[in-house]
Design a protein around this ligand. Structure first.
Ligand code: DHB
Ligand code: MG
Length: 216
């Protein structure tokens, strides 16, 4: 063998995507309707959804919290990995996005499993009890990630799962002059997580970079 392994390339990611459980008709249609409703076309990739579902199932997760619902794609995907009596609490700032998601959830196979809480994450999270979740997924405004993480470390039980989206800062992580104003916040958050002894965490290079951590 001439090398330990090949560096991961765009071709590898294509290869992975082509071999990942395909997204079903419901989630495909959700994207179409979200665009029609004028909701920003932002969602996790199908391969990221598969990985998150696998992790939730391996962790025996029943109760999940999410910050940043948008169109409800990830909420519905995650809820599908929970047992029938599982619960997913998702927090959304925008009332129109929250209403869209409630409507989608009501028509989905996980109706009754997902509750959309409306408001700023930092206002809603204090109402969630300590140790009341097995997993968290953070995916809202990046400048408030540190606050969302503090609440998640309180709400998620020891040994629970904490996942955070966009560690690669919308593909601009290494840009010298990034155009997105949140890139700096993502970089600072990544460095803080790397130094945080309360978590055992790694950035999985899937989607836009997914932090996967276990609460120690
Ligand atoms: C974008 C993507 C995301 O996953 C997100 O959480 C926020 C913004 C984007 O591509 O702009
Ligand atoms: Mg995201």
């Amino acid at each position: 063998m001439s090398a330990e392994s090949d560096p991961v390339s765009a071709r590898h990611f294509e290869y992975i995507a082509e071999r990942t459980t395909a997204e079903d008709a419901f989630l495909r249609e959700l994207k179409v309707e979200a665009k029609r409703a004028g909701i920003p076309a932002i969602w996790i990739s199908p391969e990221q959804a598969s990985l998150m579902q696998i992790l939730l199932r391996l962790g025996g997760c029943r109760d999940v919290i999410e910050v940043g619902t948008l169109a409800g794609y990830s909420a519905i995907a995650m809820a599908r990995a929970l047992p029938a009596d599982g619960t997913l609490r998702t927090i959304e700032l925008d009332p129109e996005h929250a209403a869209f998601t409630r409507d989608q959830v009501a028509r989905s196979d996980v109706a009754g499993r997902v509750t959309v809480h409306e408001g700023p994450g930092l206002d809603v999270l204090p109402g969630f009890a300590d140790d009341s979740a097995d997993a968290a997924f953070l995916d809202a405004d990046k400048s408030n990630y540190p606050g969302y993480l503090e609440h998640s470390l309180r709400i998620v039980r020891a040994g629970g799962l904490i996942m955070v989206d966009n560690a690669f800062a919308f593909g601009q992580l290494f840009d010298e002059q990034p155009t997105d104003p949140e890139v700096g916040a993502v970089r600072a958050f990544n460095d803080a997580v790397a130094a945080d002894a309360r978590l055992t965490a790694i950035i999985v290079p899937i989607g836009d970079g997914l932090w996967v951590g276990v609460k120690n």
